[in-house]
Every structure is written in C-alpha cells, then in structure tokens.
Design a protein around this ligand. Sequence first.
Ligand SMILES: N[C@@H](CCC(=O)N[C@@H](CS)C(=O)NCC(=O)O)C(=O)O
Length: 204
Amino acid sequence: MLKIYGCPKTRSLRATWALEEAGADYEYFKVELSKGEGRKPEYLEINPSSKVPALVDGDLVLAESAAIVTYIGEKFPASRLVPADAIQRATYFQWLAFTMSELEQSLWTLAKHRFVLPEELRLPLIEPTALWEFAKAAKVLHWHMRGREYVAADYFTGADIMVGHTLGWARSNQISLESEVLEDYAERVLSRPALAAARQREQG
Ligand SMILES: N[C@@H](CCC(=O)N[C@@H](CS)C(=O)NCC(=O)O)C(=O)O
C-alpha cells in the first residue's frame, strides 16, 4: 500500500489532501519533526533532506510536495487532480512552479527566521521584506484568479491543493491576502471535506 510520511501542520498536508481527494487507501507515518525524528538514520534513508512529506509506493521513493501531489493525481486519474487537457495541464504546472518558487518562499522565510533556523542565524529584520514579497506574489495570483473558480481548470485540481494550502498558511500567520477574489477562492478550496479528512488523519 502507498505510504506517506508526514507531520501535522506542515506541507505534508498537501500530500494527504491529494490522497483524500483521490479516495486512495494509504498508510500514514507520523514523523515528529519537533522530536528530531526527521533526522533519524531510518528516515534519512527515505528522505535525506530530513523533510516531510515523503511518499513510498513500491520501488518509488518520492520527496517534494508538488511532485507527490502530481504523482497521486496521475496514479488516480479519476480524481482529475492533474488535468488531461494540454492547456490546462500547462497552466497546472505554471502554478505549481509559482507556488514553490514565488508564493511560498516569503512564508518559508518568515517561518525560518521565527522558529526553524538556529537562534543565532535568525534575522527578525527580514520580516517586512518577506511580507512585501508575499504581497507582491499574491497580487500576481489575484490577477490570474479574477473570474475563475479554480487555478488551472474549471474544476478542482492539484494546483488548487498547492496554491490553496499556501494561502491557508498565510492566513494562519494572520497575513492578509488583500484581495476579495483570493479570500473567496481560499474559502472555496479550504472548506473541502477532503482537507478536513486529511487534517484528521495527520492528527490521528
Ligand atoms: N520543498 C519541500 C519542502 C518540505 C519542507 O521544508 N518541509 C518541512 C515542514 S513544512 C520540514 O520537513 N522541515 C524539517 C526540516 O527541515 O528538517 C516540499 O514542498 O515538500
């Protein structure tokens, strides 16, 4: 059976959300990052970066949430998490890349300088820069989302998992999306039952 390694309140929620959307059977293994379990030799064999999520499916060992969500979409095509149409598929990949390289970077910078990095490497002065960068990226997403319900197609896809999760991450840091379009969109995707089920599974 497909295995997911994750930890509550991290990017592994993207993977479990995709699995729940696909109605897949999976085993969930909690890696308690705060207890250093990500750095245990047996976990480093699975993901040498010590990060979650990681997926194991037979001989495949896969890291990176964007790759994992896409793999799940392709393994369970009935979920339509990865669009079949070439234009929608291209749009899907555009917004996956945007999420990883633009939208989430400033949130990750905030997290790193608030609690992830060793204390002596944290730079509190970076906060206004990170918030400015998030607002800039969110504006790009706002332009794209005007008149759309979902990011890549006229139905929910894995791109909505990546983008929606990141907007939820911003909201949980009390960062305003400064856009009614984005607030409505975030509400639409973050209220999906599959996300609630994924959260429950991770807390379990
Ligand atoms: N680019 C990776 C980032 C994964 C990542 O940084 N995960 C964090 C939790 S959200 C983690 O496992 N941190 C533990 C560590 O850095 O050792 C992805 O999207 O999967």
